[in-house]
Ligand binder design. Structure first.
Ligand SMILES: *Cc1c(COP(=O)(O)O)cnc(C)c1O
Length: 449
């Protein structure tokens, strides 16, 4: 076995050694431009060499503090010990049989872990896939097979993926949908309780938004035509929107009363990210189905649909699956990732990260009135940027701040329907010194505006 150069052994120090991007990254960028489709963009055009803990090192020897985790994926850190150990052992045993041809134990073990970790004590089953979008598609397939209904209800600011059905489920046109239609039919979008932008104020938001959503479902679609309601308990690409308290339970109750399958898309918010195994636990919501991906396997491609056994069993044999879904190496990595989350109590780590980040960001919001709101929980934290003295979105400042952070060796991501949200998704294993150093860089970036 070759020696591990990234992962936990990587020095946990920020280093800006060259201009950003450096000369080697610029050379690679030229090669990328010549051969990789332009549709595949990049937030920060430096090329990765190694990563681990809270650091991502590039080919020019720059070491970035990682506030992105590859979009909430490497929550246990890159090349985490247990992930590498288990995936390597599996690589040496066999790489693929296709779970639909000859099954293997790691697939079953992941489904057992999902049954144990997801909310609710009802009988649960799972099916495994390669990507989040595929999981969401299959949740809809299971819900349709079970209910024998067709309509799917989704929400403003929602994001569910880039395949044809999940583009239809996704709210935002640019860049996800523009020019890529026609989209899948029988998809209906209703309001979500976005407290910061609710016109009559945050205190009325949960009740009014739930009322509007339910009115629209019953009057425009007909509750008994609806197979599934799909919602992210914290809306990720929409801008880390936490629906006002009371909204999720109201929608989940409505689903229950009307025989509609309630699907929590926890692909971004799940697996310790918000300080709970799943974000919906915060309000005691027990989804019928839950979709997971991103944080599940420490960087290897794996996704799952988990939920009530009778719903998951509604599809006929051979109706769910795929060539690679639940690949054994990805399953082994997931078992390593879950082992790490348990042993290092990463839920507590996520909450601690939130306790450090939020007060510091709130102090910045006192000083800089372009910070409209600081929100999120655990290690899923964001600031929404607005024009001075109004709530008008400020995507220009957001882009400039991200760029200023990148130049100083801090990898941050932007998000939001209006492109005006800076989001922070550090690996849950990041050291507190690096976390604070990253916050110092963000604070300094405001002075450059
Ligand atoms: C990322 C994401 C998806 C899509 O996952 P992919 O693996 O990119 O297909 C779906 N839903 C949510 C909430 C996500 O954040």
């Amino acid at each position: 076995m070759t020696e591990l150069s990234g992962g936990p052994s990587l020095p946990q120090e920020r280093r800006v050694a060259t201009e950003i991007p450096g000369p080697k990254s610029q050379e690679l960028w030229a090669r990328k431009q010549a051969t990789v489709a332009n549709g595949v963009g990049a937030v920060l055009p430096v090329f990765a060499k190694r990563a681990g803990g809270g650091i991502l090192e590039d080919v020019d020897g720059n070491a970035f503090i990682d506030f992105g985790s590859g979009i909430a994926v490497t929550s246990v850190g890159n090349s985490a010990e247990a992930v590498v150990r288990r995936a390597t052992a599996q690589l040496n045993d066999f790489t693929h049989t296709c779970a639909m041809v000859t099954p293997y134990e790691p697939y079953v073990a992941v489904c057992e872990a999902l049954a144990e970790l997801t909310p609710g004590d009802h009988a649960k089953k799972s099916a495994l896939f390669n990507s989040g979008a595929e999981a969401v598609e299959n949740a809809v397939k299971a819900a349709r097979a079970y209910t024998k209904r067709q309509a799917v209800v989704v929400f403003d600011h929602g994001y569910h993926g880039r395949t044809n059905l999940t583009m239809a489920l996704t709210a935002k046109n640019m860049p996800y949908k523009h020019g890529f239609g026609p989209f899948a039919p029988e998809v209906y979008r209703v309001p979500v309780a976005y407290p910061y932008r609710w016109l009559t104020g945050p205190e009325n938001c949960a009740k009014e938004a739930a009322h509007q959503a339910i009115e629209q479902i019953t009057k425009q679609v007909g509750a008994d035509n609806v197979a599934a309601i799909v919602i992210e308990p914290v809306l990720g690409e929409g801008g880390f929107i936490e629906p006002a308290k009371g909204f999720l339970p109201a929608i989940a109750n409505f689903a229950k009363e009307n025989g509609i399958v309630f699907v929590a898309d926890e692909i971004q918010s799940g697996f310790c990210r918000t300080g709970q195994w799943f974000a919906c636990e915060d309000e005691g919501v027990v989804p019928d189905l839950i979709t997971t991906a991103k944080g599940i396997a420490g960087g290897l491609p794996l996704a799952a649909v988990t939920g009530r056994a009778e719903i998951m069993d509604a599809a006929h044999a051979g109706g769910l699956g795929g060539t690679y879904g639940g690949n054994p190496v990805a399953c082994a990595a997931a078992l390593g990732s879950i082992e790490t989350m348990r042993e290092q109590n990463l839920n507590a780590r996520a909450r601690r990260i939130g306790e450090i980040m939020k007060p510091r960001l709130e102090a910045m919001a006192e000083k800089y009135d372009i910070i409209g709101e600081v929100r999120g929980r655990g290690a899923m934290i964001a600031i929404e940027l607005v024009q001075s003295g109004s709530k008008e979105p400020n995507p220009a400042a957001t882009g400039a701040l991200a760029k200023a952070c990148h130049q100083e060796g801090l990898l941050v991501l932007t998000t939001g329907t209006y492109g005006n949200v800076l989001r922070f998704l550090p690996p849950l294993v990041i050291g507190e010194d690096l976390l604070n150093e990253g916050l110092d860089i963000i604070e300094a970036a405001f002075t450059t505006l």
